[in-house]
Design a binder for this molecule. Structure first.
Ligand code: FPP
Length: 232
């Protein structure tokens, strides 16, 4: 959700106002995913590196997160959205952790949209943790080293059971992955838009989807293999 800070700065507003406006946009995108039948949406709410921000911004983001969740839980449940968190929730303050755990329980049987919130998440940390779990299984004799392959590693990632992302949208012109789903994104299409996240309306989302729809996804194959046979 990049560009909240710059959106605010360009209006002489505090950065947190940009985050507050940015949080509202999440619900536009959720609604559009439901309308279009997109089954999984992941939002990057807070990275492990975001702890390095000024303490006032970090605590302001957590307070905002708590407020947004409490204010919108009924809306989320009504739309049959299932919440999932990836990242280290235990390190979050109790006032964020508790409503999130409540929302996880209340939404667990929902099946219209899975909303994955990456919170205190970092892909490198996720892979290190998965590797540690695999090493423990090998040490305990439950797994042989030659059984370790991508399918096995994938089972130990926090995203186990979730589909790989098809599309990653980077707002505000940023052109990097910033420790987000690095392995799962191996074949994701990346769409970069100059729009700041607080301006990322349903229409902007549709524009990014239209760019995605024009991409030829080859997954290592040739164009001829993935194109339907042309009639003469
Ligand atoms: C990136 O914009 C945005 C973030 C780091 C945080 C966005 C998170 C929310 C709106 C929800 C918060 C919820 C919780 C639970 C933490 P930026 O600040 O990097 O923008 P800039 O690049 O323009 O400075």
């Amino acid at each position: 959700m990049d560009g909240n800070g710059r959106w605010a700065a360009s209006r002489n507003l505090p950065r947190l106002e940009g985050h507050r406006r940015g949080a509202e946009r999440i619900f536009d995108v959720i609604d559009e995913c439901i309308t279009l039948g997109i089954p999984t949406l992941t939002i990057f709410a807070f990275s492990v590196e975001n702890w390095k921000r000024p303490v006032e911004e970090v605590s302001g983001l957590f307070k905002l997160g708590e407020f947004v969740l409490r204010a919108n839980l009924a809306r989320i449940l009504k739309r049959k959205v299932k919440l999932k968190i990836i990242g280290n929730l235990e390190e979050m303050p109790d006032f964020v952790k508790e409503p999130l755990k409540d929302a996880l329980i209340k939404s667990k049987d929902n099946d219209v949209l899975t909303l994955v919130v990456a919170l205190n998440y970092g892909a490198r940390q996720e892979v290190a943790l998965a590797t540690r779990k695999i090493a423990e299984e090998v040490a305990a004799g439950k797994l042989k080293p030659d059984q370790i392959n991508w399918a096995e590693l994938e089972k130990h990632l926090e995203t186990a059971g979730l589909p790989d992302p098809d599309l990653i949208i980077r707002t505000s012109g940023e052109a990097r992955l910033s420790n987000f789903l690095l392995l799962q994104a191996a074949y994701a299409e990346i769409v970069i838009t100059e729009t700041y996240w607080p301006d990322f309306t349903k229409e902007e989302f549709q524009k990014s989807l239209a760019v995605f729809a024009k991409r030829e996804r080859r997954f290592g194959m040739t164009g001829a293999q993935v194109q339907p046979a042309k009639t003469l």
